[in-house]
Design a protein around this ligand. Structure first.
Ligand code: SF4
Ligand code: SF4
Length: 476
C-alpha cells in the first residue's frame, strides 16, 4: 500500500460520529487511563512542579510591597508585577488581553495544543496532582476499574473516603489560593483567622470555590477539555496541516496488526504499529490517537511515551507517535512558518508595540477637568475673568500625593475651592471644583484652549489636561 492509499484509508472519519467518553445510551464512559511514564511525562512533571510552586506562592510574593498579581474585580483594581491598574487603564488591559489572544492563536497555529498539555492548570492539577493521588490510593487503571465495580466493603469505603477526603482538602487549598489572587493574601488570612461571623461572605466564597474545584477534579475531569473549554473548541479553526501536534505516523504505522516476527512485518504488509493498544490505554481523554488529530487530544504526550516504550521493546525506531505535523508525516515537509503565522505575528507585534507605548506613557496620576455645567464665566475686579471647573484626580500609586493645579505656558492662576492644594490619598480619587482666573487682556477669543498641569509638592509635572476657557467678548 503506497502513501496515497494509506492516506485514503486513514481518512475514514467515521470515528468522529461518537465521543469516546459517551456510550450508545448517552451515558458517561468513565475514563481509566493507565499510569503514564516516560521521558515526556518526566519533563512535564518538572514543569508542573515549577508552575504549581509559582501558582501557590504567587499571592505571597511582593514587588515593592505590592502583590505580584491581584485581580480584584470587587474593587476594580488590578496589580501586575507590583503595578496597579485602575478601570481608567482598562484600554491597556483590553489591548493586553488582545495581545494574549493573538499570541495564543499564533502559538497554536505553529505548535498546536502544547499549552494544554504543559501549562494549562486544568491538565496540571488533574494529571499531576489528583490522578497521582488516585493511582497512589487505588492503584493503576485495572485496579481502579475493579474497585469501582466491586460491592461496597471495608476496603472500598476506606479507599474512597481517603481519596475524596484528600481531594476535598486539595480543592480547599486551591480555592484559598484563587481567592488570594482576587482579594489579596492579607484579606484571605483575615478571613481564615478572624471569627467566622466577621467574614461570612468570604468563607462562603471559599466553600463555593472548594465545591466547584472538588466537583471538577473528582467527577467532571476531562469533560472540561472536551465540552467546556472554549480554547479546545477553537482548535479546528486554528490548526492547519503544518501545525505541530501529537500525531501518529500512519504512513509508517499502517497497516497495523499483531504479528510476532518484527523483521517479517513488511513482507506480510504490516506497518510498525503492533496494535498493542497502549497509546489508547494511557489516554486521559479516552481517544485513539491513531484515528488522527482530534479535539479531545490535550497533547499530554502520554501516548508518545507509551508507544516509544513499545517500539523500544520490539526493536523498532521510536517516534511512531510524536510531535509532528500532517505535512511532516505525509510529505516529510517540516515547514513551521506559514502565511497565516506571519500575518498573526505582524498583528501581535503591532499590538505589543501599542501596549508598550501606552504602558511607557501611562501616568501615575490621571486628571479630568470639565467645565461646571450651567456656568459660563464670571467677571471679576482688576480686569479678570474666571471660569468654574469640576475636577477629578486619580492617584494610581500606593502613596499619598499632595497635588496642585497650575496653568501651563500661560499667566493666570488656579483657585481651588476650599484648599490651595489637593491631597490625593493613595489608590483613590480626589474631586472638587476650582476657578481658573485669567486677565482679560490675555484672552484673544471668546473661547480659548488652555492647558493645565497637575504638579506634586516638588514641582514635578504628574499629568497634563486640556480644557477651554470662555470670555465675554472678543478683545482687541
Ligand atoms: S502504542 Fe504504538 S504500537 Fe501500540 S497500538 Fe499505539 S501506535 Fe500502535
Ligand atoms: S491522544 Fe495522546 S496526547 Fe492526546 S490526550 Fe490522548 S494520550 Fe494525550
Amino acid at each position: 500500500m503506497d502513501n496515497k492509499e494509506k492516506k485514503e484509508e486513514y481518512m475514514d472519519q467515521s470515528f468522529r460520529d461518537t465521543i469516546g467518553t459517551v456510550d450508545d445510551q448517552g451515558k458517561r464512559n468513565w475514563v481509566y487511563p493507565k499510569k503514564p511514564s516516560g521521558k515526556f511525562h518526566n519533563a512535564r512533571r518538572w514543569v508542573s512542579v515549577v508552575l504549581l510552586a509559582f501558582l501557590f506562592s504567587g499571592p505571597f510574593i511582593r514587588i515593592g510591597g505590592q502583590p505580584l498579581l491581584l485581580i480584584d474585580v470587587i474593587d476594580r483594581k488590578f496589580i501586575l508585577f507590583g503595578q496597579v491598574f485602575w478601570p481608567q487603564d482598562f484600554y491597556i488591559f483590553v489591548l493586553s488581553m488582545l495581545a494574549g489572544i493573538v499570541f495564543v492563536v499564533l502559538f497554536t497555529v505553529v505548535f498546536g495544543r502544547i499549552f494544554c498539555g504543559w501549562i494549562c492548570p486544568q491538565t496540571i492539577f488533574l494529571e499531576m496532582v489528583f490522578r497521582k493521588i488516585e493511582y497512589w490510593i487505588e492503584g493503576d487503571f485495572k485496579y481502579q476499574r475493579k474497585l469501582n465495580k466491586q460491592p461496597w466493603n471495608a476496603e472500598k469505603i476506606r479507599k474512597k473516603l481517603t481519596k475524596h477526603g484528600i481531594f476535598f482538602l486539595i480543592s480547599f487549598i486551591i480555592a484559598n489560593t484563587f481567592l488570594a489572587y482576587i482579594i489579596g493574601s492579607e484579606e484571605l488570612i483575615g478571613i481564615i483567622t478572624d471569627p467566622p461571623k466577621e467574614h461570612f461572605a468570604g468563607l462562603s466564597s471559599i466553600l463555593i470555590f472548594t465545591g466547584v474545584f472538588y466537583w471538577v477534579f473528582s467527577w467532571f475531569r476531562e469533560q472540561v477539555c472536551i465540552v467546556a473549554c472554549p480554547y479546545g473548541r477553537l482548535q479546528s479553526v486554528m490548526l492547519d496541516r503544518s501545525s505541530i501536534v501529537v500525531a501518529y505516523d500512519f504512513i509508517r504505522g499502517e497497516k497495523r496488526g499483531k504479528f510476532r516476527k518484527i523483521e517479517k512485518r513488511e513482507e506480510v504488509g504490516k506497518g510498525d504499529c503492533i496494535d498493542c493498544h497502549q497509546c489508547v490505554d494511557v489516554c486521559p481523554t479516552g481517544i485513539d490517537i491513531r484515528n488522527g488529530t482530534q479535539l479531545e487530544c490535550v497533547n499530554c504526550t502520554a501516548c508518545i511515551d507509551a508507544c516509544d516504550h513499545i517500539m523500544e521493546s520490539v526493536n523498532l525506531p521510536k517516534g511512531l507517535i510524536r510531535y509532528d505535523s500532517e505535512e511532516g508525516i505525509v510529505n516529510k515537509k517540516h515547514k513551521k512558518i506559514s502565511a497565516r503565522s506571519i500575518a498573526y505575528s505582524i498583528v501581535l507585534v503591532l499590538i505589543l508595540g501599542l501596549v508598550g507605548f501606552l504602558l511607557f506613557n501611562r501616568s501615575d496620576v490621571q486628571a479630568t477637568v470639565l467645565k461646571t455645567p450651567g456656568q459660563q464665566y464670571q467677571i471679576r475686579e482688576n480686569n479678570e475673568i474666571s471660569n468654574l471647573y469640576n475636577y477629578k484626580v486619580i492617584n494610581k500609586t500606593f502613596e499619598d500625593i499632595p497635588a496642585e493645579f497650575r496653568l501651563i505656558d500661560m499667566d493666570g492662576r488656579v483657585e481651588i475651592l476650599g484648599n490651595s492644594t489637593t491631597e490625593i490619598t493613595a489608590e483613590s480619587m480626589a474631586e472638587g471644583s476650582f476657578f481658573i482666573i485669567l486677565n482679560k487682556s490675555d484672552l484673544q477669543e471668546r473661547k480659548s484652549d488652555i492647558e493645565l498641569g497637575v504638579y506634586d509638592k516638588d514641582g514635578n509635572l504628574l499629568d497634563e489636561v486640556e480644557t477651554t476657557f470662555l470670555a465675554p467678548v472678543k478683545t482687541e
